[in-house]
Design a protein around this ligand. Structure first.
Ligand code: B16
Ligand code: MG
Length: 222
């Protein structure tokens, strides 16, 4: 069977390239404690792929404090959380790239397929730098310019646009359900990392199982 053309592969960052979710969690937990709001790791699952301000809203709702603060106070709280988070990022090294990712990137590069990043994190550049992966990405969507959080397809469409790729001939890789919905909404082929994900076109349990040849075989049958 003839291979179908792949015009781009677009990666999510947190949960696919590296596990910064735990740092986000610790930083939010610290802020939540100051507000007398209790959050746990199960709640943190709901924050994956959700922007900083939207995450804050979810946390305030969790503590029934959504009407207690004005916009300026909310921005101050979000900045405080980000300062905690940036402290954790100082610990990040290339050893924190998730298993299987360097091999996958190398295999895609070998075929000359452009690689993009679709992270809603405004710290994505800092994270890629700490992982020494900035060179691997041909285009990173700028989180500051994205108006709608995942599950809206905007960030994946922006990444494909930046790479000059047709979304219907491109692959997106995500670990969050909101991210999978965003990929599908953009018309791309959705690769999911995580057993519990639904609506994926191809799913693996962990990044170590992300095999380029297998992924292409499923894409070709799609
Ligand atoms: P920041 P992704 C997302 O990254 C995280 O999953 C999410 O928990 C976080 O709130 C969001 O980035 C914004 O991050 O506060 O650094 O701008 O999964 O889209 O790579
Ligand atoms: Mg993610």
């Amino acid at each position: 069977m003839e291979n179908k053309r792949i015009e781009a592969v677009v990666f999510d960052l947190d949960g696919v390239i590296t596990d910064t979710a735990h740092f986000h969690y610790l930083a939010w937990k610290q802020l939540a404690q100051e507000l007398d709001i209790v959050i746990d790791e199960a709640f943190n699952e709901r924050l994956k792929g959700v922007s900083r301000m939207d995450s804050l809203e979810l946390i305030l709702q969790e503590g029934n404090r959504q009407n207690d603060f004005n916009q300026a106070e909310k921005e101050e709280m979000a900045a405080k959380k980000n300062a905690h988070y940036c402290e954790f990022l100082k610990e990040l090294t290339p050893d924190d790239v998730l298993p299987g990712i360097p091999e996958l990137i190398a295999a895609i590069q070998e075929e000359g397929i452009p690689i993009g990043l679709a992270s809603v994190s405004k710290n994505a550049g800092t994270v890629l730098k700490a992982l020494r992966l900035e060179e691997a990405f041909d285009y990173c969507a700028d989180a500051a310019k994205i108006r709608k959080s995942k599950p809206d397809p905007e960030i994946f469409l922006t990444a494909c646009g930046g790479l000059g790729a047709d979304p219907s001939r491109s692959i997106g890789i995500e670990d969050a359900q909101a991210g999978i919905e965003a990929i599908k909404g953009s018309g791309m082929f959705a690769v999911g990392v995580g057993e519990s994900l639904t609506k994926t076109d191809y799913k693996v349990a962990a990044t170590a199982e992300l095999n380029w040849e297998k992924m292409k075989a499923v894409y070709n049958r799609y």
